[in-house]
Design a protein. Structure first.
Length: 325
């Protein structure tokens, strides 16, 4: 059995606790969240240290607020625990370097919950790109439309220092970009504004647009739009020499023609994963079989791509992205 502890019992933490309780090969060791009352008679820990220092612990699940992820992650790695962490795993390039160094010292499994990778639509799309249906990809445009303005006006997001909408939401689009293109960008330049929440306690940009350039020549534009008047949605456009993919509020579709009288091929694949805890389920499966999933370098490179976009904003210049190998 895989003994698991969970840090953070909000929306995602609750889903992960439920997954652990359902999993035939997992046991819930403890739950830690200083802001939540134990209304389910769960084994609540008094502190994060209590939750992660159990000698029987195998897997630490981190679903706390963004500004707590790095400290809890590093502590768990140093204690030799496998880790499942919500995005973002950290909030600075220096912290990411520390995680990379810690992973060299401790051979543990680290999985970040980039959950869109598991959605049937993106699995299909990656396969089609690999098989050449799109020809040569030359451009990608993606939007993370948050559509939940009250959550940034009336939640912890407005209270922590240096909250980033690209780290908090746009990261999903960036990860899908790397997942589909199987390539890391070399340069990024960013622009942002804070018009919608200008009079609110939310102190940070609510719109961030990043332009990524790849050595292959691909140019990608990714935006995190937290101030939009629009239902929560991801949009994506992929342009290739043989075809175009579009995902918006009309649904996902493929266009392989230029004749305006032809109709697009609408796709029936699910846009969302079957479960937001699917990657956690898979990690527990691997650990229970004695085959811990090695830490994916792509998880770190997704984080690096986002952090360099934020750094581009701070320095107001085009940044070269240093990736991990």
């Amino acid at each position: 059995m895989i003994n698991c502890s969970v840090a953070g019992y909000g929306r995602m933490g609750t889903l992960h606790v439920n997954e652990i309780e359902r999993h035939a090969n997992a046991l819930l060791n403890s739950v830690y969240d200083p802001l939540i009352k134990n209304d389910r008679n769960l084994p609540f820990a008094h502190s994060f240290e209590d939750a992660c220092q159990s000698k029987d612990l195998d897997l630490m699940v981190i679903a706390s607020n963004d500004d707590q992820h790095f400290t809890q992650l590093i502590k768990s790695i140093e204690l030799g625990h496998h880790v499942f962490v919500e995005k973002p795993m950290c909030r600075s390039l220096d912290e990411l370097d520390q995680i990379f160094s810690a992973l060299k010292r401790k051979k543990i499994s680290l999985v970040c919950n980039y959950l869109l990778r598991t959605a049937p639509l993106y699995v299909w799309l990656k396969e089609q790109i690999y098989q050449g249906r799109f020809g040569e990809i030359y451009a990608l445009d993606g939007e993370y439309l948050y559509g939940r303005l009250d959550k940034i006006r009336n939640s912890w997001r407005g209270e922590i220092s240096d909250y980033s909408v690209m780290q908090g939401g746009g990261i999903h689009i960036v990860d899908i970009m790397l997942f589909l293109l199987n390539e890391c960008p070399s340069y990024v330049s960013s622009a942002s504004n804070k018009i919608v929440t200008n009079q609110d306690k939310f102190h940070f940009s609510d719109f961030h647009s990043a332009r990524y350039e790849f050595d292959s020549g691909i140019v990608a534009n990714v935006s995190a739009n937290f101030g939009c008047v629009h239902p929560h949605q991801h949009t994506l456009k992929i342009y290739g020499s043989k075809g175009t993919f579009i995902l918006d509020d009309q649904g996902p579709r493929f266009i392989g023609f230029t004749n305006p009288e032809q109709k697009a091929e609408f796709l029936s694949f699910k846009q969302k994963p079957d479960s937001k805890s699917l990657l956690l389920h898979q990690q527990i499966n691997d650990l229970s079989q004695g085959m811990p999933s090695p830490t994916s370098i792509s998880d770190l490179n997704t984080m690096a791509s986002v952090l360099y976009a934020d750094e581009s904003l701070k320095q107001n210049k085009r940044m070269k992205i240093e990736h991990y190998n």
